[in-house]
Structure formats: structure tokens, C-alpha cells
Design a protein around this ligand. Structure first.
Ligand SMILES: [Fe+2]
Length: 279
């Protein structure tokens, strides 16, 4: 039987209609992987997976990231929370997640995909939004696409965190500056043949461009890529499992009460290809 789904919006998102046992067993893994890349973000409502089931489901889709990221447990579980007691290292970087970003722009291979499932919801706010950077690139005029394909952007933790933590002290700055500052193509030629914009708040500046022009270009592209037609806003319900293709989308969380205990459980799949320029 083939995978049953409905599209959430014309340019992004799909909701899967499949029972948990089939999902966790990996029965639809190939179809889900293909659909994930095509639609950017997938939702299973009422999946009610526990940690073990969510891990097995995630593992069926790729190479599970296990203990290579210090904020994750050895079994790959990352507790997404602002609670400093629960996960102090992660909580320090949490403010950055309120801004549009890709995960892992500091890694040679940014993560392929992530699954997320709520354990405690916020009474208000806390929606997660996703923006399709394949679709945003595909809609640009051909001459602009060709120009953008020639550009490289330097990504820094400082750029990602500076606006998110306006009262940061010397210690935070030192931590941020300790991260790699790679330059990546602004347009990613994926092995699949599709192209996407590599946009994130970590995008500091365009290589070789005047700083004012660089800022203007990156801000303008960010506004373009986060227009309503490219964005799916997810209103969380208990039991949801949401996954996104980190290589062809950005994401952010909407504000919520930091003391409400909101917690989502997350598993991440290792990257499979480097950000590659158009030949
Ligand atoms: Fe993120």
C-alpha cells in the first residue's frame, strides 16, 4: 500500500495518514524521505510516539545522530526547552531559535532532517514555522538566480546570536567566536538536482561585497523566502510528530512564556551532502 497524505499548503507541507506501527517499522521510509524533500515539512497528527518509537521512526529515515552533539544524550534525544535545569547548554542557544535559521551551518554536512514531538505544550504561542527555500529560489527571475549562484556567504554563530541575546557579555561572545565561520554558496545545488537558497540568521555577509549591500541583499532574500506562500505555521497538539528537511527549509519558533515548561523531544539525522555550488 502506498503512503497516504494531503498537502498542507500549495508550496510547503504535507500531512501523513498512516498508523504508528507502520511508520515506526520503516514500511514507508523511502516514500517519506522523498516526500520530505518534496514538501519540506511533514506532519503526523495523533501519532503519540514515545521516545523509543520516535527514535526508531527517525532512524528509519536516515543516519541517526548519536551522541556526537554534546547537548544530546547518547541515544540521540535532544530535549528542546528553555529550562536551564533540564538542559543548560541547549538553553543558552535557545534565543537563536526565535529567528529564521537552518540548523548546523557550522558543520561540514548540515543535518539532513529532524523529528520533533511535544511533551509539554505552551498555553499560548510556541508555534513552529517552516519556510521552503527550494520554492523561494525557484520563484526568482532567471537572471537573479544566475547572479545569486555566483555568491558565497560567511556564516557565524555571532551573527546568529547577536540579535537574539542583546545583553550578552564577554563570555557569550567568546563562546560564539569559538565556532567555525565557514563560507557557503548562497545557492545549494543538491544532488537531487533541485536548488535552494542557503539562508539563516547565521548568514553574516556576502564574500567580497560592500557590508551595506551585503546586509541589504541578505535581508531582502530573507523577506522573500519567508513570505506567506512559502511558510507553514504549525500549531502544536499533543501526539504530533513533525519532521523537516533541514537542507531545503528554514524554521523558527514563535514567542511563548519561558516559564511554562514547554518541551519537545527531538531526534536528528546526520547530513548526507555538503552545501555545493552550482557548477
Ligand atoms: Fe533549529
Amino acid at each position: 500500500m502506498s503512503l497516504d497524505y494531503t498537502e498542507l499548503k500549495p508550496r510547503i507541507g504535507a500531512q501523513l495518514h498512516a498508523d504508528k506501527t507502520a511508520l515506526v517499522s520503516g514500511e514507508y521510509a523511502d516514500e517519506i524521505r522523498a516526500l520530505l524533500v518534496e514538501r519540506g515539512v511533514l506532519l503526523v497528527r495523533g501519532a503519540n510516539m514515545d521516545d523509543h518509537e520516535q527514535r526508531e521512526f527517525t532512524r528509519s529515515l536516515g543516519d541517526l545522530r548519536l551522541g556526537t552533539f554534546k547537548q544530546e544524550g547518547e541515544e540521540g534525544l535532544l530535549k528542546v526547552t528553555m529550562d536551564k535545569k533540564e538542559n543548560p547548554e541547549y538553553a543558552a542557544f535557545f534565543p537563536g531559535t526565535f529567528f529564521w535559521h537552518m540548523d548546523g551551518t557550522y558543520d561540514p554536512l548540515p543535518p539532513f532532517a529532524t523529528t520533533l514531538s511535544p511533551r509539554v505544550l505552551s498555553p499560548e504561542g510556541g508555534q513552529t514555522e517552516f519556510a521552503n527555500t527550494y520554492a523561494a529560489f525557484e520563484d526568482l527571475p532567471a537572471d537573479e538566480q544566475a547572479y545569486l549562484e555566483t555568491l558565497q556567504v560567511v556564516h557565524t554563530m555571532h551573527a546568529a546570536m547577536f540579535h537574539a541575546v542583546p545583553d550578552a557579555g564577554a563570555e557569550e561572545y567568546a563562546t560564539w567566536l569559538g565556532y567555525p565561520q565557514p563560507a557557503y554558496p548562497l545557492v545549494w545545488q543538491h544532488k537531487s538536482g533541485r536548488k535552494s537558497l542557503v539562508l539563516s540568521t547565521s548568514g553574516s555577509h556576502v564574500v567580497g561585497m560592500h557590508p551595506a549591500d551585503s546586509r541589504d541583499l541578505l535581508d531582502r532574500l530573507m523577506r522573500h523566502a519567508t513570505q506567506e506562500q512559502y511558510v507553514y505555521r504549525h500549531e502544536w497538539e499533543m501526539g504530533d510528530v513533525v519532521m523537516w528537511d533541514n537542507t531545503g527549509t528554514m524554521h523558527r519558533v514563535r514567542p511563548y512564556d519561558p516559564d511554562c515548561g514547554r518541551q519537545l523531544h527531538r531526534f536528528t539525522l546526520n547530513g548526507e551532502e555538503a552545501i555545493t555550488a552550482v557548477a
